[in-house]
Write a protein that binds this ligand. Structure first.
Ligand code: IFM
Length: 445
């Protein structure tokens, strides 16, 4: 059976975007009254960041806004996903607001609208104000209420011009990498704290949705989860059980409360005394109806009971520069699993997908990133396949618009479809940017 060309498999209302986050691109760490974030602080810890870098300048997006808006428009996307730096808007995370911070995001949102591009804003892409960390950060229940105030403040000023408003980006990363493994800010290593943090993130999401709706929200409201499809390394029963447990810890710990109002029993049992304190009514607050679910997908996870590293390299499969296996079918599998497990699933957006590759750069500045083109094409086809199987897919966004600060890896890993020269801060679209633009042009017809 012949398949229609890829671009024809997507409906006219489909949302196509590129994504970034505040800390990774803005720079201007101390400009116009911005407060310190936990990532500003974390970068100062010796050994925390692979190249000992920080976000002080990053891509200097804060000072190059107009140029970057033109760059986004030149790709032909109809959406741009960015995040708002909480400490730019409220330097300490409590108390006074910084008008100049919101002015910047107003220019951004208005600039998108002038160019006919939908604004997709995330309220928390990890850069919590350090002032709140000093009061206990996400481990302290009061941070939940501070987040709701911040969300309401942003909506009051910009809500009429934001199409998609996301509470949190990848709460698993904040909880697990930030508070259990400790390799991300704020660098805490405690399973018990991480579990409590995950609960507070989910609770703040639910309470924010309630408050934003009570205030008359005009944007679509949702959350973004980083999810992977977990597959057993072999058909042995112990590997199958280990894969199911990994899925419960990573996916269902977040998605079950959101869609079913409960944590998975097997993970609660595993946590034992480290399980989070859940107050009466919390689970009902978390399970608010959502207008969409954002899914960030990069790779699948192959799990064995022995814990042996079943890396893709060992299996002879292609990997990105992060050593993440390239496996587009995993995205289809994951989306179909979500559809099966949660019958009330709202429209789903792949809010991040892309790869870090060691791009080949030629003397004329051309980056011929064929690996990235193959990656993107494969994953867009995986979205089409999920859609054909009935998953309510509504959009796809490439991570990332441009090379940027890749957290603990510093500037060593490049995810952009636009190359950034960190000496000159010049932006040069890579071959993948041309490919995406041509693909979208064909889709528009
Ligand atoms: O760069 C990150 C992003 O901030 C969150 N999702 C994964 C990306 C690649 O690691």
């Amino acid at each position: 059976m012949s398949q229609s060309p890829l671009h024809r498999q997507f409906p006219p209302h489909f949302v196509w975007g590129v994504a970034t986050s505040s800390f990774q691109i803005e720079g201007a760490a101390h400009a116009d009254g911005k407060g310190e974030s936990i990532w500003d602080r974390f970068c100062k810890q010796p050994g925390a960041i692979a190249d000992a870098s920080n976000g002080d300048i990053a891509c200097d997006h804060y000072h190059r806004l107009e140029q970057d808006l033109d760059l986004i428009a030149s790709l032909g996307v109809n959406a741009y996903r960015f995040s708002i730096a909480w400490p730019r808007v409220q330097p300490l995370g409590h108390g006074g607001w910084n008008g100049k911070g919101l002015d910047f995001y107003e220019r951004l949102v208005d600039g998108l609208r002038q160019r006919g591009i939908k604004a997709w804003a995330t309220l928390n892409h990890w850069d919590l104000p350090q002032g709140l960390q000093e009061r206990g950060g996400w481990n302290d229940r009061d941070t939940v209420h501070r987040f709701v105030d911040y969300a309401r403040h942003v909506q009051a000023r910009l809500g009429d011009r934001i199409d998609g408003l996301t509470t949190h980006n990848e709460p698993w990363v904040v909880a697990t990498l930030g508070h259990d493994h400790g390799n991300f800010a704020p660098g805490i290593k405690s399973r018990k704290i991480a579990a409590q943090v995950s609960h507070h993130l989910l609770l703040s999401h639910g309470l924010a949705l309630q408050a934003l709706r009570a205030d008359g929200a005009k944007s679509q409201l949702g959350i973004v989860l980083n999810l992977s499809s977990c597959v057993p390394a072999t058909a042995m029963p112990e590997d199958i059980a280990a894969a199911a447990m990994a899925d419960a810890r990573g996916r269902r710990w977040y998605a079950d409360p959101l869609f079913k109002g409960c944590y998975p029993e097997e993970v609660l049992a595993e946590l034992g005394a480290d399980a989070p304190v859940v107050e009466p009514g919390d689970m009902r607050s978390i399970a608010q109806p959502m207008d969409y679910l954002g899914v960030n997908f990069y790779t699948r996870t192959v799990v064995s009971a022995s814990g042996a590293d079943w890396g893709a390299k060992e299996r002879g499969l292609p990997v990105t520069d992060m050593d993440w296996e390239v496996y587009p079918q995993g995205l289809t599998d994951l989306l179909c699993l979500l559809h099966r497990d949660y019958p009330e699933l709202p429209p789903v957006y792949v809010t991040e997908n892309g790869g870090a590759f060691r791009d080949q750069t030629f003397a004329n500045g051309r980056v011929q990133d064929d690996d990235r083109i193959a990656y993107l094409r494969g994953h867009i086809a995986a979205v089409a396949s999920a859609m054909q199987q009935g998953v309510p897919m509504a959009g796809y966004m490439v991570w990332s618009l441009m090379d940027n600060f890749e957290w603990a890896s510093g500037y060593l890993k490049r995810f952009g479809i636009v190359h950034v020269d960190y000496k000159t801060l010049d932006r040069t679209p890579k071959a993948s940017a041309d490919w995406y633009r041509d693909f979208l042009q064909a889709w528009r017809g």
